[in-house]
Design a protein around this ligand. Structure first.
Ligand code: CP
Ligand code: NVA
Length: 317
């Protein structure tokens, strides 16, 4: 039950100011350093979430988000339960609002991975415990906390740098746009006209005077960049079909945005390669790039753990 204090939901990066997000990244880095060499199952020294329970409600598959939240909660001294949304009553007619009120009586915080962003908003509106966005069709803010942390580990402060996205203007891309504004870096998005980022998110970035541009040519977009980022061409619960009776596919539109060795060469040897994973090898990225010396994708995956611990600490203490 809420005691009248505002709930600390972590729904999207645009809801926070840059200083608050910076504090979370710094906290994550501090917790990562403090754990160097410790067994992964060992609690942090201060175990700040002892006695607290986190519910992970997932309507879509997950490896990284699910496991990193589970391990992170245990390292902080708390406990965690995984709930497959498809097995819950809300997958069979119970409203999100009723589910939210019930869960709030049992657990101290909820992570939701949902098919529809509106479900996340409905859950947060009706819950009396903090709600964390574990990915929706629109955004993936926890991924970006790990990505900013990873970028900075390899290339120093991100403020003022340039990052290039090459591929579909999807949910992860939308959170990169939020991050570009909040951490004040330049984001160039190379994508086809038919798969551009959400116009509402682009309009928000423009209103905030963010330095976010859409370009068609991936080679133009990677010139002088510090990082090349991509993601799967078809997101979970989307189809490959772009309409017109099935004659246009996302794959056909996106093939020129594939990140291969030639594109990485154009970006230069100082540019890192980033991908939230899972990757569809040979589609949006080649094996040579994903497994190559510029790739930091497994650091990104690891940093999901540390950055989400910072989010959990903030939300629950
Ligand atoms: N990057 C990411 O969210 O991965 P999962 O789908 O495995 O959680
Ligand atoms: N854009 C991908 C990200 C997966 C972590 C999807 O939504 O399927």
């Amino acid at each position: 039950m809420s005691l009248g204090k505002p709930l600390k939901h972590f729904l999207d990066l645009d809801a926070f100011d840059g200083a608050m997000l910076r504090q979370l990244v710094d906290d994550a880095q501090r917790m990562k350093s403090a754990r160097q060499g410790l067994p992964k199952g060992q609690c942090d020294d201060d175990a700040p979430l002892t006695g607290r329970m986190l519910a992970l409600v997932f309507e879509k598959p997950s490896t990284r988000t699910r496991i990193s939240f589970d391990v992170g909660m245990r390292q902080l001294g708390g406990e965690c339960m995984f709930l497959d949304g498809r097995d819950m009553q809300f997958g069979h007619g119970e409203t999100v609002g009723d589910t939210s009120r019930v869960l709030s009586r049992y657990v101290d915080a909820i992570v939701l991975r949902s098919k529809r962003h509106q479900s996340l908003l409905d859950l947060a509106r009706t819950a009396s415990v903090p709600v964390i966005n574990g990915l929706t069709d629109k955004t993936h803010p926890c991924q970006l906390m790990a990505d900013i942390m990873t970028f900075e580990e390899h290339r120093g402060p991100i403020t003022g740098k340039t990052v290039t996205w090459s591929g579909a203007g999807n949910n992860v891309c939308a959170s990169w746009i939020h991050a570009a504004v909040r951490f004040n870096f330049v984001l160039r998005i190379a994508c086809p006209a038919e798969i551009e980022p959400d116009p509402a998110v682009m309009a928000w970035a423009r209103a905030q005077k963010g330095r976010v541009d859409i370009v068609r040519d991936p080679y133009e977009a990677v010139a002088g960049t510090s990082a090349v980022v991509t993601d799967t061409w078809v997101q979970m619960s989307e189809t490959d079909n772009l309409g017109e009776g099935g004659t246009r596919s996302r794959h056909n539109s996106l093939v020129r945005y594939r990140v291969d060795e030639r594109l990485m060469q154009a970006a230069g040897k100082d540019a890192i390669f980033m991908h939230c994973l899972p990757a569809h090898r040979g589609e949006e990225v080649t094996d040579a790039v994903l497994d190559g010396p510029q790739s930091v994708v497994f650091d990104e995956a690891e940093n999901r753990l540390h950055s989400q611990k910072a989010v959990l600490r903030w939300a629950l203490t």
